[in-house]
Design a protein around this ligand. Sequence first.
Ligand SMILES: Nc1nc2c(ncn2[C@@H]2O[C@H](COP(=O)(O)OP(=O)(O)OP(=O)(O)O)[C@@H](O)[C@H]2O)c(=O)[nH]1
Ligand SMILES: [Mg+2]
Length: 454
Amino acid sequence: MNDTIVAIATPPGQGAIGIVRLSGPGSRGIGLGLFHPSRKGFSDFGPYRLHHGQLRDSAGNFIDDILAAWMPGPRSFTGEDVLEFQCHGGGAILRRVVEECLLRGARLAAPGEFSKRAFLNGRMDLTQAEAIMELVGAPTGVAVGLAGSKLEGLLAQRIAELRASLENLRVQLCVAVDFPEDEVECLAPQDLQRGVSAVREAMAELAGNYDRGRCWREGALVVLAGQVNAGKSSLMNAILGVSRAIVTDIPGTTRDYLEESVQLDGLPVRLVDTAGLRASQDSVEMLGIERSRELMSRADLVLLVIDAELGPGAEDLDLAGQLDNLLVVANKMDLVAGQPGWFAEGPWKDKDIRPLSAKHGQGLPGLLGAVRSRVAGAGAPEPGTLVPNLRQHDALTRAMQELALLLDDLACGQPYDILAVRLDAACALLGEITGEITSEDVLNAVFDGFCIGK
Ligand SMILES: Nc1nc2c(ncn2[C@@H]2O[C@H](COP(=O)(O)OP(=O)(O)OP(=O)(O)O)[C@@H](O)[C@H]2O)c(=O)[nH]1
Ligand SMILES: [Mg+2]
């Protein structure tokens, strides 16, 4: 990390301002070489201030009129010397500034390299670094709040508390192992059992926020599926409020899937219309049906659209037997009088069936309410809820597994030194979440997902 990195920190396209960011020991020197101050008597960048001037190349050619912000380490984002040029926001200008920095010895930053340096220099833990990504990508205000709590370090704090509880138990175990003869206070098996169970429950609660929070963060995947001509595309259009998907009375109209984003009362949803299911010999249609099935397997919720007048077919029965995350939609209710007989038949009578007319809109608000409550349960997570991401959830789950094994071992009367190994493993997994204990692979996996300039 002895070199100086440079990147455009603002998104591509035109904007009022665009920022080029430098970090590393050469930042100041590179900046002074390019910068021509407008203030007389300027001799150097004063720290934590904005300096007005022009950037010029070595031949003295004008590049841009800018503000330079000088943030010497360690009190900077990366913990290193950081210089930012606030230029006019045009791609060619910004690329030109970066090129001039490269000519003066900087190196182009890798994706996420600024944040990685911030982490390695102890300016933030791994959960905070990940929170930057989540904050930038947040689709809704709720998602901004969830990312914000993590950026503030509240998740790291919670993990540290859990880890401290385990380490405390670990110390008491060691005392029992190391000084068995002494009269020092020794942890009784039932106290160990109680202590470990309490931490495990707290971890389970945290891990449980993952699924609920994920939908608010990334959007829930809701897939419209069912037999040909059931009215899936009509429902897609009705939900979107625009005629997005082609609707005809020809079975097999939709051949490839269509995805659109909508918000249901603040809940971000990725809504997908799929090719209708039927036995087909058409190779294109078969590929489409394969995609429909793949999407259903990943969906948070499948809306199984059934033509209420025709009733369910073999494909519908299959799906109803296979999928739990299913909401049955009885469409074309405008064509039937009263409740169709099949509602009360075997596989359907216990299902939540939503009557609808996609064509005329009756039943739509009720259906959307049901979708929202099926996907988001009790509603948006309260502000301050700590929602782990996939990586964090995975480490938590593995730590919980270690504790479950520990409790089994304890019940079998295994000696304390064996139990201590399990406690260590669980602590290490918690340390992986915040990055206190971590491998280069984990770090690369986290920071490679960032874009350049972050
Ligand atoms: N009467 C009535 N007709 C409907 C309703 N919904 C859809 N239809 C009609 O049913 C036919 C098929 O509708 P689509 O929305 O294309 O059906 P789909 O499920 O997308 O069909 P595929 O793409 O072929 O799988 C069209 O003629 C629609 O106008 C409804 O609620 N009532
Ligand atoms: Mg269709």
